[in-house]
Design a protein around this ligand. Structure first.
Ligand code: ZN
Ligand code: FE
Length: 255
């Protein structure tokens, strides 16, 4: 049975997620930006935390952990590569490792680029991937530590998941991402439509996260470095996709 996934807005624009198995009662928290909204959501649903999955070491993904664990002790899982700068882990994981939540396998993907040691958690039976600041709705995380080729490899790994995968990313940046995406890919009808949908959702105060992978592949410029139209627009026809990605990322940094 698929896990029930709940999105929790935290801080000014972060998202945490709960993944709950009704049969066993096991509940995982993915990232801990801030304690109170997470504890409030758990209390409102009467759920007991069993696991916390940390995607990367940035403060806006871990600073709420101590407050959460003080009320709801749980097994903390994060990247071995980041263990020296993450909160104390009960289990350190790396690419290819699998563990389970309520009997459902969770696969660890290394998606370094935003940071070295950033991981994503893929739940194939639920068809969801928790990407935080790697693949984001219509965007990707800034390259604080990794190289463009590394981030391109990470995004390509995520893009290879099934098209109907739900992408649970870490921030509500989608509206400004859409404005940038339209400068790269202005004639993309799917992108134009998505941009209008995002404006409508935000005007109504609704989140634009999670999103669906097929729509990201059709509209997110950071997944489209192999697209001949985008390559031509950038004057990079036939170039190495990693170089095209690097150019798109550099333009976003200046946007
Ligand atoms: Zn981050
Ligand atoms: Fe972040």
């Amino acid at each position: 049975m698929p896990l029930e996934i709940v999105t929790i807005p935290c801080l000014s624009d972060n998202y945490a997620f709960l993944a709950h198995d009704p049969a066993s009662g096991e509940t995982a928290l993915i990232d801990a930006p801030d304690g109170p909204p997470i504890l409030t959501e758990l209390d409102a649903r009467g759920w007991t935390l069993s696991h916390v999955l940390l995607t990367h070491h940035h403060w806006d993904h871990v600073d709420g952990l101590a407050a959460v664990l003080a009320k709801q002790p749980a097994r903390v899982i994060g990247a071995k590569a980041d263990a020296h700068r993450l909160p104390k882990l009960d289990q350190a994981v790396a690419e290819g490792d699998t563990f389970d939540i309520g009997g459902e396998p969770v696969e660890v993907l290394d998606v370094s680029g935003h940071t070295i040691g950033h991981v994503a958690f893929y739940m194939p039976q639920s068809g969801a991937v928790f990407t935080a600041d790697s693949l984001m709705a219509l965007g990707c995380g800034r390259l604080f530590e990794g190289e463009p080729a590394q981030m391109w490899a990470s995004l390509s790994k995520l893009a290879a998941l099934p098209d109907d995968t739900i992408v649970c990313s870490g921030h509500e940046y989608t509206q400004s991402n859409a404005k940038f995406a339209l400068t790269i890919d202005p004639d993309n009808v799917a992108l134009q439509k998505r941009s209008a949908d995002i404006d409508r959702a935000r005007a109504a105060g609704e989140p634009t996260v999670p999103s669906v992978l097929a729509l990201e592949k059709a509209t997110n410029p950071f997944l489209r470095a192999t697209d001949p139209v985008i390559q031509a627009r950038l004057g990079m026809k036939g170039a190495d996709p990693a170089a095209v990605f690097a150019e798109i990322r550099a333009r976003k940094d200046r946007f």
